[in-house]
Structures are given as structure tokens and as C-alpha cells.
Design a protein around this ligand. Structure first.
Ligand SMILES: [Zn+2]
Length: 121
């Protein structure tokens, strides 16, 4: 299975997820998913019934969030300080440094950060 075809929890991006399925009572052969209802889905990490999406979609959401993140949040996440950088071009050096930092993070590291900053609504 290719990486981009992975299904993840829509809330946290975890692959530790289960969905209910129809199985032949005699042979235990997999027949199909029960449906598209979120109640049929379970995320081990959220310990909740959540919708699933593809990993690609989740990565796109995380990257979109990071792209829209304001400076105070970027400071908090990266540990960099905006004041340590030149104000030229709207603190472009600060933004570049933060983006480089973000790029070095793994999928799991990114989704931990994403979850922390997107859980309170
Ligand atoms: Zn989850």
C-alpha cells in the first residue's frame, strides 16, 4: 500500500483506527465495511468515534494551518523569537527560519503540534 493511500483519523491524524466491518459468520472472510457512519469508526488515540480521511488530506490541513499561523504561535511552537530577526520584508527571515524548523519535523511531530493548537474551539 502506498503511503498516500493510508486512512487516518480526521481529528488527530492517527493511523491507530478501526472500522466495523461485515464478516462471513462461518469463514470469517471480510465482506465489506458496515457503512459510512462515524459511529462505525473508532480512533484509539482520541478514544472517540471520528470521521476518517486520507493521510494526504490530513497533511494538507496541517500545512495549511502552519501557513496561516500567526507570529506569536510560531514563536511558541518553534522557540524562535521574532525580535531576534531583522524586521526587513515583514520579518521574512523569521518566517523562513520557522518554516525550515517545521520542515524538519516528522508526521507524528507535526500532528502533535497541530493537535495541541487546534483542540480548543
Ligand atoms: Zn484520532
Amino acid at each position: 500500500m502506498e503511503e498516500r493511500d493510508l486512512i487516518v483519523c480526521e481529528e488527530c491524524g492517527s493511523t491507530e483506527i478501526q472500522t466495523q466491518a461485515w464478516v462471513d459468520a462461518n469463514t470469517h472472510q471480510y465482506i465489506g465495511e458496515t457503512g459510512i457512519d462515524r459511529d462505525d469508526n473508532w480512533c484509539n488515540e482520541c478514544e472517540a468515534h471520528n470521521y476518517f480521511c486520507t493521510k494526504t488530506e490530513f497533511v494538507e490541513r496541517m500545512e495549511a494551518w502552519w501557513g496561516d499561523t500567526d507570529f506569536p504561535t510560531m514563536e511558541k511552537v518553534t522557540g524562535f523569537r521574532q525580535d531576534d530577526f531583522t524586521a526587513e520584508d515583514g520579518y521574512q527571515e523569521f518566517v523562513d527560519a520557522c518554516n525550515e524548523w517545521w520542515k524538519t519535523k516528522s508526521y507524528d511531530e507535526k500532528r502533535a503540534i497541530f493537535k495541541e493548537h487546534n483542540s480548543e474551539e
